[in-house]
Design a protein around this ligand. Sequence first.
Ligand code: TRP
Length: 446
Amino acid sequence: MSAVRGEFSSRFGFIMAAAGSAVGLGNIWGFPTQVASNGGAAFVLVYLVLAFLLAYPALMAELLIGRFAKANAVTALRKVASGRFSKNLGTATGFYGIVVASLILSFYGIVAGWMLAYWMEPLASLLGLRDGLVHSLGAQLFFTLLFMLGTILIITGGVKDGIEKWSSRLMPLMIMILFLLIIYVFTQPGAMSGLKAYLIPDFSRIGDRELIISALGQAFFSLSLGVGTMLIYGSYISKQENLPVLGGLVTMIDIGIAVMAGLLIIPAMHVALENGVEIFDASGALLAEDALVFTVLPALFDSMGFVGTLVGFAFFALMSIAALTSSISMLEVPVAYTVENHGITRSAATWWIGGVISMISLLVILNFERFFGFIVTFTTQFSQPLLGLMLCVFVGWIWHRDGILDEIKQGNPDVELGLFWKIWPVYVKFICPLIIVMTFGNTLFG
Ligand code: TRP
């Protein structure tokens, strides 16, 4: 039925791939903008707590199901289940995840296309192209397609020669650019007041319902949870590896890079203020989201002359690279399913599915107002928590505890004696579903 399955060749390869999936626009753009609009360090604190207490256990659930079944989400969830009803529920959940992963890629590709355009802007002006050309509608279509092409090419290479190879190359490069940018920004006047704004929490915001819901959504998106991305990456891990440790490392890298990105962006905004760039909106709040990345930062780079051009170039390279190691993990979800369950070759499956998702992206660009916000809300606010809940139900209520223990013991024989096994099973069974239901109810009806 299926060709030989791929596997990550090393622990480092897996960590780079999974951290590459986790670290993306969600960390470098989403996290700092959320911090900026949610009371600075108050958001950081809530986020840290939720990421460790909620996202990490959910990540472990996905990695475990994946490695146990060594299969795509549909097959894996069916394998975990025993009754007819729960098997069908597994099929439904797996498919839902595949659709959501594909839709996330369709909007992610658009945003990544903007990053590519800003990245290429200095080159375009060197070549003497008309100002603003890279931001025209045609260019938007072009850069989104270019980004999707890169995603497709990497995924046709498979697990070891595609995902692992490119994640292992690009992640260290990305981290290096991030550090260089932080060092540079800290030499600029104004950076210190930004640092203060970032590190001193506005405690009055900490119990804010809005803030908690945003932090939860951010944590789920950032760790690529719910849609089967981590499940499929888990399925490529060797049985010799210690999963709770690997999952913990990936969580820490993801959180660490989000915090570092905040250390870049928030001080950069205050440097911009120092240089006379407007960083507050009419109500006195910090400009956030698209205004931050596409107005404030470019204005900052402009105000710095030639060095600014270089810094801007590095910054948008950082964004584009981070996006690419994430987008490949989204495309892998539908591709793995199609290859394994329908006997289609990897390259045919990748080109077809990647092609269809690219078409969806183009349609969304052409009907931006109508579709973009809707897809983002449907996938990230609605579907991801729901799918996360389903996965917790599968691990906590459907999969037999002995089966889970057998799986987790591989690569970690003493796990039964440790803290992880005392806490985690209760956690995914009761606490995670409860928190998800509560915040989810709040998003829907609050
Ligand atoms: N985690 C990535 C980011 O922070 C995005 C991502 C990759 C993702 N795979 C995913 C989000 C699957 C949701 C589901 O940018």
